[in-house]
Ligand binder design. Structure first.
Ligand SMILES: N[C@@H](CCC(=O)N[C@@H](CS)C(=O)NCC(=O)O)C(=O)O
Length: 216
């Protein structure tokens, strides 16, 4: 039976899981959670995931949340080879570093500005939030030093995790294509991947949700 993914398509972390699944040709039984109406706080969802984050994966009797953990699980279980998550210790360690960067830095910056807009009725993005995002662009530019992909010479789940969030941030705090040429080219490279196409629907959704509230 296909695994079930409880998801909110507009979420960048969810889109990272969708890109991964597409890349390994895995179909989900998709269950959309209405985040804006707080379905993730309902008892039936809390029973699955007491941390009430979206997404949550249910694979037979196994329940897992956190996009990074889900991506690692999916490619380890369902991918035909280790290309997206190489078994080589050092390559894998770099992928983990990039995933932690997404989780601990980029996603926090995304949440800071999105929550300010959604819940504090801010109509502009604070300069300090913009500065933090620009600093992340500068750091990711260094990740791409001498290589085409975030964790080496071929695409991995690190790229999927980062591009889902970067594509969202870039819609509001543009990447300076002169200053961050490698990052801008990497975004284009990701956009040309067949699996990336599943990022687009949710990206438009989140753009519309936030743009409607911003005066930019
Ligand atoms: N580290 C988690 C973060 C997921 C996350 O925070 N998702 C947001 C949706 S955009 C969420 O579920 N927020 C609701 C909450 O934390 O209560 C992941 O990668 O899955």
């Amino acid at each position: 039976m296909a695994p079930t993914l409880y998801m909110f398509q507009a979420s960048s972390n969810v889109r990272a899981v969708l890109i991964t699944a597409k890349a390994i040709d895995l179909k989900f039984n998709e269950k959309e959670i209405d985040f804006l109406h707080q379905d993730h706080l309902k008892p039936e969802y809390l029973q699955l995931n007491p941390q009430h984050t979206i997404s949550t994966l249910v694979d037979d009797d196994f329940i897992l949340w956190d996009s990074h953990a889900i991506m690692i699980y999916l490619v380890s279980k369902y991918a035909k080879n280790d290309a997206l998550y190489p078994e080589d210790l050092k390559k894998r360690a770099v992928i983990h570093q990039r995933l932690h960067f997404e989780s601990g830095v980029l996603a926090v910056q995304m949440r800071n500005f999105a929550f300010a807009v959604l819940y504090e009725d801010k109509t502009t993005i604070d300069q300090k939030d913009k500065d933090a995002i620009q600093e992340s662009y500068a750091i990711m530019e260094t990740f791409l030093e001498g290589k085409n992909w975030m964790a080496g010479d071929s695409v991995t789940i690190a790229d999927y995790s980062l591009v889902a969030t970067v594509s969202t941030l870039n819609a509001f705090v543009s990447i300076d294509t002169e200053k961050y040429q490698k990052l801008a080219k990497w975004v284009q490279r990701c956009e040309s991947l067949p699996e990336y196409q599943v990022n687009r629907k949710g990206l438009i959704e989140v753009y519309n949700i936030l743009k409607n509230k911003l005066s930019i």
